[in-house]
Design a protein around this ligand. Sequence first.
Ligand SMILES: [Zn+2]
Length: 307
Amino acid sequence: MDPVLTSAIFVFGLIFGSFLNVCIYRLPRHLSVVHPRSACPQCETPIHFYDNIPVLSWLILRGHCRQCKAPISPGYLIVELLTGAMFVACYVHFGVTLATVKYCTFGFLLLGLIFTDAETHLLPDKMTLPGLVLGLMFSFIVPVNDLASQLLPGLISLPVSSDVSSRLLSFVDSFLGAVVGASFIYGAGAIYLRARGVEGMGFGDVKLMAMIGAFLGLKLTIFTLFTASIAGSIFGLWTVSAVWIKRARRRMARHHESWREALRHAGESASIALRRHQMPFGVFLGSMAMVAFFFGNRFLRWYWALF
Ligand SMILES: [Zn+2]
């Protein structure tokens, strides 16, 4: 690990993170990401280049607009730092390879989508669809994983066309990942709609999962779906129980109900809250996809070794 190169990659990541902030703010609002220049969301004064330096400007101005002193969300700083850290993590993990370029691109898109979904409950097509195309294209350059060589060892060892056939198999793997990922979310969304009468997952999640599948291939797509469902369920249960206990406490204090009575009444309002509450599932899919490309294969090897 070269310290100069690592620092350069980190700064490069900060700059990309700064651009990602523009995308997160503008894409769900259907605004152009290149024009006009960034402005303060409060007073709309254009931001000078010297106030637009990633991380540093935010720290120097202590998170306030230079003109109107309106607070600027620390979210901007967090996105920049996370992008920088993710770029460095890719370099440390994959070295100076094309895989680093691929996973920096993928991680960049994922971070943007995670924050957009958390903030607006939207997953813009302008990120997911180009992401899907990029994922499929990258599969020709950087092999998706070793699924193909496990299933079809004979085909890989063909002497003349081994390079061509392995690239083709990588593409098939990427394509299958996209199809299986999208179909799973589409199917789960349809079941959810029937069972609860509200839309739990939109087409944004379907397209996000198609993009993730294209970048990861079939095996890690299944890993992502599985772990994101578990993480989402834990988060959902935790939210509902928190609402439930809070309401029950309030009823006990206000209406002098017994603990049991209060729990029963509060349970009704918690279930209404659950029905109304829309969970940004894209946040879980995106986060677990990030875990998958760093640790997924290692986890699966460990898991298979258990049996
Ligand atoms: Zn301002």
